[in-house]
Design a protein around this ligand. Structure first.
Ligand code: FRU
Length: 524
């Protein structure tokens, strides 16, 4: 494969660059403050992370790589961090997989994906990033698509093979990144995000027979909002409904989308369109744009097709708005739980935690049906570090304006609110009383069909510094950081200005996925 690579210019020694990065992470993790460090979400042991990258199942293990800046808890020259797992339940920390060592990626190995080639080799497609003026972002970026492959069964060592798609810089407003590759029939397809010369967010499509030589096929999609100037981390895959009908899901993380009502409240926002597509044709959206997640902190998701056919997606819990207090603790950023994406016969997409997550449960404490008086508070859990709460709210028999949970509730009066708000008919995560970090609230819609309005099903995952909520079996999801004060973190059931009927509550304490304690890198 390497014979055909047009461009490969090393400027640093890989081993030296990787070992310098490892040393820095080790120093950061030795000093790390764990008050908010996740117990059941993937994070780096030190430094900054963003997007999930290179997701795959290879030779018996699940692999998650991620954008990593190993030298501080802020964004900087990107590396690829790596964790792996035999069961998607317990994870192993692996050595840093890539550092920027080629001329074409001088300022960072940016996001990308994985595919298993026709010979069974695990292959990676990623973006080589350089600042256009050679030193900072003031004159834009110069980005190209790169190739690498795993050289060992544990996908620990990645061999870089060089540039495969150069940037036609005159046709592009400098953003040109995040390749995603898949095979259909005998042809390989690659898409990546582009800001066009006239600053429109686009997704470009290429084809190849050998994963090395790529032919531009077409602009697969252009965002219809002229304010959206870049579509980061595009993803594109078919999903089958129960009747055997195929829907294509086109995902992107839009830069420049403006907030409107409850929509697009974050700096940048990730969502999808469901439609139809045939090779050799354009993508036709059939449904309206939807957000993947309504929380404060969700961006740059990537998915992959597991060998058992599941489409599994991870997002990055993006801390876009300062203050970002975990940065004081030597680390910054975590991924969401892995989510299985499914579609029904109407083309409605759902995202739910993969089934494996139930195996993190240590116990099942059943509370039965509970009625709350007007303004009642009832402590459900005295001190919750890592818990899942399954809760059915009988909305038809509740008069409360808000009914739900105060999580991360501490003696100083701080808490984060996760509740159904009857006035707006939405589930809210409200951080107005959260101890640290950015505030504000987010609100996810609850489907209006009567069957759903009568009863609202919530699955709420509380980790040490975050909350993730799945509504009505994955019709909507929400992910937000929540940084509690010191001391006991209670979970309190509450009803506000009215009574509430909770038909059932199950509490599960969750065990750690194994990344919070230091493991020697590369343990097998
Ligand atoms: C999205 C993103 C990608 C890019 C990477 C750089 O969060 O900006 O477009 O490849 O992060 O870290």
């Amino acid at each position: 494969m390497s014979n055909h690579i047009p461009c490969y210019q090393p400027i640093l020694d890989d081993e030296m660059a990787l070992s310098k990065a490892e040393k820095s992470i080790k120093a950061l993790s030795a000093e790390r403050n764990d008050r908010w460090y996740p117990l059941f979400h993937i994070a780096s042991n030190g430094g900054w992370i963003n997007d999930p990258n290179g997701l795959c199942f290879y030779k018996g293990r699940w692999h998650v790589y991620y954008q990593l800046h190993p030298f501080s808890a802020t964004w900087g020259p990107m590396h690829w961090g790596h964790v792996s797992s035999a069961d998607m339940i317990t994870w192993r920390r692996e050595p840093i997989a890539m550092a920027p060592t080629l001329e074409q990626e001088k300022d960072g190995v940016f996001s990308g994906s994985a595919a298993i080639d026709d010979d069974g080799t695990l292959t990676f497609f990623y973006t080589g990033h350089r600042w256009a003026n050679g030193h900072d972002g003031s004159d834009g970026e110069w980005q190209v698509q790169m190739l690498a492959e795993a050289t060992d069964d544990n996908a620990i060592h990645l061999k870089k093979l060089g540039m495969i798609i150069d940037c036609p810089r005159e046709a592009v407003n400098s953003h040109f990144r995040d390749p995603k590759v898949w095979k259909q029939g005998d042809t390989w397809y690659l898409i990546h995000g582009v800001s066009s010369a006239n600053k429109r967010g686009q997704i470009w499509l290429y084809t190849s027979n050998d994963l090395v030589h790529w032919n531009f096929d077409r602009v697969l999609f252009e965002h219809d909002d002229p304010q959206v100037f870049m579509l980061e981390c595009p993803d594109f895959y078919p999903l089958q409904d129960n009747a055997g009908h195929t829907w294509w899901v086109l995902c992107f993380s839009a830069m420049g989308s403006k907030a409107k009502g409850f929509m697009n409240r974050n700096l940048n926002n990730a969502g999808y369109l469901v439609g139809s597509w045939e090779p050799g044709s354009a993508f036709h959206p059939l449904r309206e744009f939807k957000l993947w997640d309504w929380g404060h902190n969700f961006y740059a998701p990537q998915s992959f097709r597991a060998p058992d056919g599941r489409q599994i997606m991870y997002g990055w819990m993006s801390p876009f708005v300062p203050p970002i207090p975990m940065q004081d603790d030597g680390w910054c950023g975590q991924l969401t739980l892995p989510r299985e994406i499914t579609v029904d016969e109407q083309g409605d997409v759902r995202s739910n935690p993969v089934n494996e997550i139930t195996q993190l449960r240590i116990d099942d404490i059943t509370c039965g049906s509970l009625s709350l008086n007007v303004n009642e508070h009832r402590v459900l859990i005295e001190d919750a570090q890592a818990v899942e709460i399954e809760m059915d709210i009988d909305i038809a028999h509740s008069s409360a304006e808000r009914v739900g949970l105060k999580i991360h509730s501490t003696d100083d009066g701080a808490y984060t609110y996760v509740a159904y708000d009857a006035q707006i008919q939405r589930v809210v995560i409200d951080r107005q009383a959260t101890a640290y970090g950015d505030r504000g609230y987010r609100a996810a819609p609850v489907p209006v069909e009567t069957e759903h309005l009568n009863s609202l099903k919530l699955r709420i995952f509380v980790d040490r510094g975050s909350v993730e909520v799945f509504i009505n079996e994955g019709t909507e999801a929400m992910s937000s950081y929540s940084f509690p004060s010191a001391g006991r973190r209670s979970v309190i059931l509450m009803s506000e200005s009215g009574e509430a009927l909770i038909s059932s509550v199950h509490i599960h304490h969750l065990k750690s996925i194994g990344l919070d304690t230091d493991q020697p890198a590369g343990r097998t």
